[in-house]
Design a protein around this ligand. Sequence first.
Ligand code: FES
Ligand code: FES
Length: 277
Amino acid sequence: EVQTVSGLAGDITLLAWLRRTRRLTGSKEGCAEGDCGACTVVLARPEAGGSMVWRPVNACILFMGMLEGASITTIEGLSDGAGGLHPCQQAMVDFHASQCGFCTPGFVMSLFAAWCNGEGLEAEAIDDTLAGNLCRCTGYRPIVDAGLSLVRVDLPASELARRQTEAELIAKIAHSGTVRLVDDGAENNVAFVTPTTADEFTDFYFDNPNATIVSGATDVGLWVTKQQRHLPVILWTGRVDCFKKATETDDHIRIGPAVTHQQVMSGLAARWPDLGE
Ligand code: FES
Ligand code: FES
């Protein structure tokens, strides 16, 4: 479904919205600081070349405005619609990979992202795929075995249909305009603003020097969830194309403010191998 939201504070997280507004409580809150993976959902957006990439993300520190134009799949969206378990869920059952179950939706979503991308379930990669998810009662061996078993599972028809729908809906909602999420009911109109050009970004910051600039929100998200701070204006780098580029010359590397750690790491590791580790 396409979700249109308005009247939300800019510092509302996806997890808060899912659980409190949509009453989708499959995604859990464990640490609320991006460490345990209990809140993992899968975010999909087309990359620069047009191919779709599915990323496991921590909903607890993801602000709603960062989802503009993206698709989110939660654990509730995985079954085939007729009540049957998704292969990533079934594997967890088959390998007895769940006890209290609190971590399980997050593990399933991390496996689902790897399964969608067609990489990360191999023996040499599975530990990294699951490194963002903590389990305190099952032990990791059965969870790893569940993940390894998925390499052999073909895509069911329901999954092909889901992907097609996802791609169509993402194409339908695509636009290049600035988005402002403003809580009209709040005293200070808490806002989340997503410029799409560097000029627009700098103009806005010039006029609003108190705005908090956010990229991945892995620090700033904790100001909200742990320090209970309210950020009056959040300015997001994630929709400005030139901010997503890293360029190298002989004597320097220039890293745009919206470049991801993963994106830049291979280039850095080529010069300084220790950074790759
Ligand atoms: Fe622990 Fe989000 S609740 S990573
Ligand atoms: Fe209990 Fe993982 S099954 S924390």
